[in-house]
Design a protein. Structure first.
Length: 179
């Protein structure tokens, strides 16, 4: 069965290139530039859409693992009224353990985790220097796999100075969430 989203993106790109572009005023180079950017981005979305669920799942796995790595520092970085890192990690793990999590569930759990982690990191600024350094080190070391995924995800956009250094998207998605 044909994918209606893929077909819709193909038709949209074709309509923009074959109809809209042809009717544009040649004296408006900005409009032509913007149209080219939009069609290129729609093509990029078409290429990445099959991997979106896997990316959302990877990100949630990453933040659950990061939250677990940061759990020991939570008592030293507490902020009054802050969301519980442990509760957010537990909720995220529950979504991951679900046999059929939805994209909305993955994203909501990721948002809860990133909020709780951000609050903890901000709270670390007021903690003892050794705790602050440990939190910074944990977050920095954990960022490698997520950074690799982001670079692989956007590789088709052409921003990478040396694309050979970027892992393939499938490889980045298969990497452990925290290196």
């Amino acid at each position: 069965m044909a994918d209606p989203i893929d077909n819709g993106l193909i038709a949209s790109i074709k309509a923009l290139n074959d109809v809209v572009a042809q009717s544009m005023d040649a004296s408006n180079p900005l409009a032509r530039e913007q149209l080219a950017l939009v069609t290129r981005y729609l093509g990029f979305l078409r290429q990445r859409l099959p991997y979106q669920f896997e990316r959302d799942r990877f990100e949630l796995e990453h933040y659950v693992a990061l939250a677990k790595s940061l759990a020991e520092f939570a008592p030293h970085c507490s902020v009054a009224g802050a969301p519980s890192l442990a509760a957010a990690a537990s909720a995220g793990q529950t979504v991951l353990d679900s046999s059929r999590p939805t994209t909305a569930q993955l994203r909501a759990a990721t948002e809860q985790l990133t909020t709780a982690i951000a609050v903890l990191v901000r709270g670390a600024a007021h903690a003892e220097p050794q705790v602050r350094r440990q939190v910074e080190r944990t977050v920095t070391l954990a960022s490698a796999s997520l950074f690799d995924l982001q670079r692989a995800w956007y590789l088709p956009m052409g921003f990478e100075p040396d694309p050979k250094l970027v892992p393939a998207l499938e490889q980045a998605l298969a990497a452990p969430p925290i290196g």
